[in-house]
Design a protein. Structure first.
Length: 110
């Protein structure tokens, strides 16, 4: 079993996709119908739509958790948990909420 796609749901899905486009420095997403955009060339696929049935957390491995938090907050994220190695020895972990309220986890080697 492998991850094939990650979909983040929001009524304002285009704005949420733009947040991640700027945060991850991706090209413009591809529209798929009127209620979905995504990046078919990424592995796994990363897409955004307005399906009201679920929300997820998404985790990114970064080189510098503090710098990642600063960048995401500047783009509209809200800090949730400060960087800490208490949860996972050997790693620094922090969380923010993206503009739609989804939890974005950040982790780096300690």
């Amino acid at each position: 079993m492998k991850i094939e796609a990650i979909l983040l749901h929001s009524e304002r899905f285009a704005e949420l996709a733009d947040f991640y486009r700027r945060a991850l420095e991706l090209p413009e997403p591809t529209p798929l119908g009127d209620s979905h955009v995504g990046w078919p060339s990424t592995t796994p696929y990363l897409g955004f739509d307005n399906d009201p049935y679920s929300a997820i957390s998404i985790w990114f491995k970064v080189d510098d958790v503090d710098a990642a938090i600063e960048k995401l907050v500047a783009l509209g994220a809200t800090p949730l948990t400060p960087p800490s190695s208490d949860e996972s020895p050997g790693e620094v972990i922090a969380r923010v909420r993206d503009p739609a309220g989804n939890i974005v986890g950040l982790l780096a080697d300690a």
